[in-house]
Design a protein around this ligand. Sequence first.
Ligand code: ATP
Ligand code: MG
Length: 416
Amino acid sequence: VKIERPRGTRDFLPDEMERRRAIEAVMRRIAESYGYREIATPTFEHLELFTIKSGEGIIEEMYAFKDKGGRDLALRPELTAPVVRLFVNECSVMPKPLRFYYFANCFRYERPQKGRYREFWQFGVELIGSSSYLADAEVITLAYRIMEELKLDFELHIGHVGLLRHLLRDVEEEKAAIVMRLIDKKDVEGLIKHLEEIKAPQDLSEAILSLIELSGGRDVLKDASELTGFDIGHMEKLCDVLDSMGVEYTIDLGIARGLDYYTGVVFEAYAEGLGAQNQICGGGSYRLAHLFGGEDVPSTGFALGFDRIVEICKLTPEEKTVVVVANVGLENEAFKLADLLRRHGICAITDVMERSLKRQLSFANDVNARFAVIIGKKEIESGRYTVKDMASGESLQLEFDSLLEYLSSNIKYKKS
Ligand code: ATP
Ligand code: MG
């Protein structure tokens, strides 16, 4: 029987992993340049962590199970709730604000399709402790700089769920949550039907339907304010900062976000080249800590859909240069030389198949080695190694120091 991998999961081969790591490195570098530091949380958590406030959509997609002790657990569908739990458990007395980032796999029981997997990765940040427009500005700029650096063709949309929530203030929480979910899914027909079902007053329905259509430059904020009576001062100040930073965006009051915990500014980024699954980033400001037994601390964060970004990102990782150390009956010498080269930052591989020189060189070709260093009796006696340029076929005889210099100057190698 051949065992296949589970539906909605993927295997990654080395070329793909190198690409993924290169993209991940850009995300880490930029997040760290803003003073964010990495944290990690468990792959599974108590189910409750995700059912308290994440919203119906997430709950339906959850990989939940009972362990042998009868505990209800779930594979994490996202990282914001775990990070806030960590904050409440471990860091609530640390000086605020706290700047955390994570890169981790998430699990959702979804119908697999392009850009939608059952195991996928998110890169995200959480800025904990501030409800200022400056916190929103920092987090949005950070997400923007990452997408910009990765040369993605994307559009950033920014909204504020406060306006919708303000309109819905007299609607029961559960019914309001359904309204938010339908807006998030852009299901206008379903929304109209639901508003009728919950007997929403005519003027409320009209205001909601007009509000979610509002999108464009920052001047639509005034219309939104007139429509809802909501103070848009926070948004105006946020836009001032973003404008001064050269961050380009569309104001979009139709953003509701699928997760129930958002309370303020929300944003999403959409990219070209992905088809229906075009959302590559989602974030906003929220309050969760008090629901997990902590004080009521405001936070802002985002999650980048790493797999969707990998799909469209053109970044190609620097090619690793390989040196094959081949030998003729001198395996130990080959091992020793390769070891020395590696200590000098050169990637060296040796024969482990007990092959003939000819087949070792042909393998060097197979793995695209840049050079082959050959060790035979002659080389040991003369103290000079034969180094063959695999591209040109030319050979040189060099002593160890010159060999090292020659390889190093021809190889882009990383010394950590
Ligand atoms: P969608 O509307 O596409 O389902 P979402 O609103 O559920 O996205 P979030 O919970 O905001 O997504 O997660 C942040 C990002 O993670 C998304 O913008 C998306 O890029 C990515 N993402 C979400 N679900 C998946 C999945 N099943 N496979 C791959 N990437 C995903
Ligand atoms: Mg989803």
